[in-house]
Design a protein around this ligand. Structure first.
Ligand code: FAD
Length: 317
């Protein structure tokens, strides 16, 4: 049927796609190649993750290159390799890139895939449906397929020989009506919730912004990062959106997750299922969060949190 071409802005994500791409390429009767557009020189890493070919550009793209130009470069690489399946990381940029590339290749396209597989010669992908309450299997039609897979869904394995073929293609970037006039870093305060080993997340059970001090105290005692539900970030705007956990925010996989005064609706809970231990504190015994919790405390957070923080401090001391 054909091979697989993998692409992600970040090397670690590209490696995940390459390793999965290699398995899929075997099912499709082809090989996996990886697109390297920025001249970053990671060919050896990609070979070790399973790539047979690394495709680069004679003149690497500049970092601020518009997504539509990236899509054009990937279309060229797809045609050059004859790949039938293009795997892209479903990052913010990847989600914009995938449909643009699909349009250029007249390909079927799925973004935010949780899994991708070859089933009886067809490409199938799983993604959340009905607001995250279920997982749907979608089948792609057509001859070429672009699938953007959520980062972290597959692991990379560096088990393969560190050698393969490198090809540099000639590419003339098309002129773009978009021009980057300025870049401003987001104020991220060094938070990486997705990688945090401990998270204290809270919801609308916290009544006033000043009461955040209670949550922060627990986070300090547990040496955890603070996260929140969507209403806290978007309606109340007590915390920036990069601290929001859920379908529309970050997915977390900590060793321990404290869910404080949050109901645990599916759109939130779907993103905490990678947590090893979930501790829920909620005044309502019927709160859905207790379905996911390993430990549940039915109680008023205003009474529970000070005691819990004190206990944790005593354990450390
Ligand atoms: C398409 C879509 C996407 C969404 N994406 C997200 C997302 O990414 N993330 C997200 O979080 N939500 C998301 N939502 C919203 C989600 O459905 C819920 O509405 C939201 O998670 C509820 O937030 P909450 O738990 O803070 O508030 P509530 O549902 O109001 O829950 C508050 C909880 O606090 C408890 N409580 C009250 N007082 C106390 C107290 N004193 N002590 C202890 N407990 C107390 C209550 O019993 C209740 O369970 C999305 C919704 C849609 C439709």
């Amino acid at each position: 049927m054909g091979g697989v071409l993998a692409y992600a802005d970040k090397v670690a994500q590209a490696c995940e796609l390459v390793t999965r791409g290699r398995e899929l390429a075997e099912d499709l009767g082809g090989e996996v190649a990886v697109a390297s557009l920025w001249g970053e020189g990671n060919a050896e890493v990609y070979f070790r993750c399973g790539a047979r070919r690394v495709l680069g550009l004679q003149k690497p793209l500049a970092p601020e290159t518009a997504v539509e130009v990236v899509a054009e470069a990937l279309a060229l690489m797809t045609r050059s390799t004859g790949a039938k399946l293009i795997l892209i990381s479903s990052s913010k940029r990847g989600k914009e890139l995938a449909p643009r590339l699909a349009q250029k290749l007249t390909a079927g396209c799925i973004t935010d895939a949780l899994a991708v597989r070859v089933q009886e010669g067809r490409i199938e992908a799983e993604r959340y449906a009905l607001g995250g309450s279920t997982v749907a299997t979608e089948v792609l039609g057509g001859e070429i397929f672009v699938v953007a897979v959520l980062p972290g869904k597959y692991s990379s394995h560096e088990d393969f020989p560190a050698s393969g073929e490198t090809t540099l293609l000639e590419f003339t970037p098309p002129s773009s009506p978009l021009r980057v006039v300025e870049r401003r870093p987001k104020a991220m305060e060094g938070v990486n919730l997705e990688e945090a080993s401990r998270v204290v997340a809270f919801g609308r059970g916290v009544k006033k912004k000043e009461d955040l001090a209670l949550v922060e105290d627990l986070a300090r005692s547990a040496q955890a990062e603070v996260g929140c539900t969507r209403p806290v970030a978007t309606d109340l705007q007590w915390l920036p959106e990069y601290r929001m956990i859920g379908l529309s925010g970050k997915r977390v996989k900590p060793e321990i997750y404290f869910a404080v005064g949050l109901s645990g609706q599916i759109q939130h809970s779907v993103a905490i299922q990678g947590a090893k231990v979930i501790v829920a504190i909620n005044s309502s015994k019927d709160a859905p969060i207790f379905k996911y919790a390993d430990y549940g405390i039915i109680g008023d957070l205003y009474k529970v949190l000070p005691k819990l923080s004190e206990r944790l401090r005593a354990l450390k001391g």
